[in-house]
Design a protein around this ligand. Structure first.
Ligand SMILES: NC(=O)c1ccc[n+]([C@@H]2O[C@H](COP(=O)([O-])OP(=O)(O)OC[C@H]3O[C@@H](n4cnc5c(N)ncnc54)[C@H](O)[C@@H]3O)[C@@H](O)[C@H]2O)c1
Length: 269
């Protein structure tokens, strides 16, 4: 028996990286998956986002685990896209038990060098995108009256300042406020809302940030590593997915409004 048998998870940013790890970990525990991703590049960040092939690979791997997967190409910044994505998921699976707001972007620049366009895109994807996924999913969870789980991927940058990443850090603090407010609104319905705070994870974002700041990936990784208490340079996407699985499962049914660090001890320093 899996920990998520009979459940349906809608996961944003699911074409690669942590989103794919959430999809595979949750499918491995019995959940069916709606895997949402933008599947094209934006004018910002200054690195490539996922492709339709990446999303197809997530779907293929979920199906290989014996679970159903619905690919959804949508931009989390678009209300029309997100409303349609939720409608499509309900039409296919009947319900959504778990929402993982994982899609996000990062980039690096000093605060005064950030352009208005970069600021707006960062906040639109990382904050508005989380809110829109929630806005259209929550009414279905409430109407179904079977509780639910909402997970929001913040970052250690949502608990401390990160030089060179003020817009990213501001966005990751913002979703903590969103999550803690929502947790209170949804407690009467037994819907929990928690934020995840990973340190640097071995995904394409790290390469992308290094590229944007003209650093070698190894240089950036060494800089981050210096902040870790535990002896690890980059954690893996699966390390975040196993924490998310716990929050999504019945084992965490009375955990809400929590800020769960998967940070190799970074916040100890
Ligand atoms: N990798 C890290 O070091 C790290 C650390 C802490 C937090 N995070 C956060 O974890 C989350 C997942 O990132 P990742 O490390 O897997 O990186 P990633 O770049 O591999 O994955 C992010 C995914 O989000 C998708 N996406 C971006 N903009 C989108 C949009 N507008 N609509 C829909 N999908 C969109 C991308 O196509 C990509 O598939 C992000 O929110 C990120 O900020 C990452």
């Amino acid at each position: 028996m899996g920990k998520l048998d009979g459940k349906v998870a809608l996961i944003t940013g699911a074409a690669r990286g942590q989103g794919r790890a959430h999809a595979l970990t949750m499918a491995g525990e019995g959940a069916d998956i709606a895997a949402l991703d933008i599947c094209h590049n934006l004018s910002y960040p200054r690195y490539a986002l996922a492709t339709s092939d990446d999303l197809g690979e997530t779907v293929r791997r979920v199906e290989a685990l014996g679970r159903a997967a619905l690919p959804v190409e949508a931009d989390v910044r678009s209300a029309a896209d997100m409303e349609a994505a939720v409608t499509q998921t309900i039409a296919r699976f009947g319900h959504i038990d778990i929402l993982v707001c994982n899609a996000g972007i990062a980039d690096m620049a000093l605060t005064w060098d950030i352009t208005e366009e970069w600021w707006d895109i960062m906040l639109d994807v990382n904050v508005k995108g989380v809110w829109l996924a929630i806005k259209y999913t929550v009414p279905h969870m409430i109407a179904r009256n079977k509780g639910g789980r909402i997970l929001i991927t913040s970052s250690v940058a949502g608990m401390r300042g990160e030089p060179g990443m003020a817009h990213y850090s501001a966005s990751k603090w913002a979703v903590v406020g969103l999550g803690k407010s929502l947790a209170q609104e949804l407690s009467p319905y037994s819907i929990t809302v928690n934020t995840l705070h990973p340190t640097a994870v071995n995904t394409d974002i790290i390469k992308g940030m290094a590229q944007a700041s003209n650093m070698k990936t190894e240089e950036l990784v060494d800089f981050i590593h210096a902040g870790h208490a535990l002896p690890v340079k980059l954690i893996e996407a699966e390390d975040v997915a196993s924490a998310a699985l716990w929050l999504a499962s019945d084992d965490a049914r009375y955990v809400t409004g929590h800020t769960l660090k998967v940070d190799a001890g970074r916040m100890l320093k």
